[in-house]
Design a protein around this ligand. Structure first.
Ligand code: LLP
Length: 415
């Protein structure tokens, strides 16, 4: 079920007409549905039944503290990749003991902050990181809980920019080196080995690569056991895809049942780090048409959102559905390239879309809840969009549109 539906020719977010949100908060504007967000988180959490597990929502997908807070209230953990994400998760009410820290380049100050906060686990990605964490934990007089992010060398069959589990990718410890790194860690005075993890890529639409990665990790778990190194959890990362167009990704429950089946009677706690699958289809980007430009070759709908607001189409050639907010247009259907005002030919939100459009109409770009706002920028000195969270019949502003003055906050003239 979807929480963005038409009623009498008008698009609603839950019980609120999208036109009303645009009128009140302006455009471009991200609109999220609380019900959609919570339903997806529960789909992950519920599918585990009694099996020990923790859903660590990947903060990078959408890090607005209102969303993080709703997930924290459900009991979610968080997967973070920076100090900023850690502080956001904690500011939003997230429990440090449910935070896992991923990322290839953890700085000293980030590790220290994580140790002081008492996070649940550092997912180590480089041999040098293990030494650094051991040393810093020693200085602080604490024991650091760690896991190794192992690169299982499986092909996720996804876009090369978001495929991370191949041996040529920068992420994780090579499968062949993992055993020796675990042995090294087991000797370290300030390290407690608690888990193993991987993350093979994003927007996967098939269980198979996940299960292949799981098999490889389980091989290592067995090898470690034989050496007396017992693990407490196995973290399979994020990556479950969503439907943007006609993809048919597994439902969270199917994915999790397949994992549990592979696990057999192992009592390893399973951690997952889903981002997109929780928030992707819980958000839309609402934009207004400024001008229609028809030429001999092309028809352009020039809208007030641009690649700085939503970069996925430009960066990954990602296809996201673009739909009218009101469907009673009397205009003829034509094929449109929906483009933004940014001075780049690559600034488009969708190409070749059959739509009935008039100037000033509102459009909604669907599936924009994940990697939308978080990847937005100020390019062309465009203030970042407002964010609104709909909860049943109430629309809450959860991030103000940036002001023009904010654009140069922190900048200085020289004498
Ligand atoms: N865990 C780790 C270690 C990750 O690197 C990622 C995503 C996730 C979890 C969450 O993955 P998800 O469940 O959202 O697929 N900007 C790209 C996606 C980049 C994903 C990066 N890592 C996009 O817009 O498609």
């Amino acid at each position: 079920m979807d929480y963005f539906n038409y009623r009498n020719d008008e698009l609603f977010a839950e019980e609120v007409p999208v036109t009303q949100i645009a009128k009140q908060y302006g455009t471009p504007c991200y609109v999220y549905s609380r019900a959609a967000l919570e339903r997806r988180w529960r789909a992950f959490d519920g599918a585990f039944g009694d099996h020990p597990h923790l859903i660590c929502y990947a903060v990078k997908a959408n890090s607005n503290i209102a969303l993080l807070n709703l997930l924290a209230r459900l009991g979610s953990g968080f997967d973070i990749v920076s100090l900023g994400e850690m502080q956001r998760a904690i500011a939003a009410g997230g429990a440090p003991e449910k935070i896992v820290f991923s990322g290839v380049g953890k700085r000293e100050d980030e590790i220290i902050a994580g140790l002081k906060a008492g996070i649940r686990c550092f997912n180590i990605e480089v041999a040098g990181e293990l030494d650094r964490i051991d040393r810093l934990a020693g200085q602080l007089g604490v024991i650091a809980p760690v896991s190794f992010r192992v690169n299982p060398n499986v092909d996720a069959n996804t876009h090369p920019y978001i495929s991370t589990g191949l041996k040529e990718n920068k992420f994780g410890i090579a499968f062949e080196q993992a055993l020796s790194e675990y042995r090294r860690a087991a000797q370290m005075p300030n390290i407690r080995i608690i888990g193993i993890d991987c993350h093979i890529g994003s927007q996967l639409t098939d269980n198979r690569p996940f299960l292949d990665a799981l098999d490889r990790l389980l091989e290592l778990v067995t090898a470690l056991q034989a050496e007396g190194i017992e693990l407490h959890h196995l973290d399979l990362g994020g990556g479950l895809g969503i439907r943007y167009k006609d993809e048919q990704p597994p439902e969270p429950a199917d994915y999790i049942h397949a994992i549990l089946q592979r696990l057999g009677n192992s009592d390893l706690e399973i951690l997952l780090e889903p981002g997109r699958a929780i928030v992707g289809n819980a958000g839309i980007l609402v934009t207004r048409i400024e001008y229609l430009k028809t030429t001999e070759h092309k028809n352009f709908a020039i809208v007030d959102a641009a690649m700085n607001d939503l970069i996925r189409p430009s960066l990954y050639s990602a296809w996201q559905n673009i739909i009218p907010v009101q469907t009673n247009s009397r205009a003829d259907e034509r094929t449109w390239d929906v483009v933004g005002p940014v001075c780049e030919t690559g600034d488009f939100l969708g190409k070749g879309r059959p739509l009935r459009l008039c100037e000033n109409d509102l459009l909604a770009i669907r599936s924009s809840g994940a990697y939308g706002f978080t990847m937005s920028s100020n390019y062309n000195s465009r203030p970042r969009a407002a964010e609104v969270l709909v909860d049943n019949d109430a629309a809450h502003l959860i991030r103000e549109r940036e002001s023009i003055e904010q654009l140069w906050t922190g900048e200085r003239l020289i004498p």
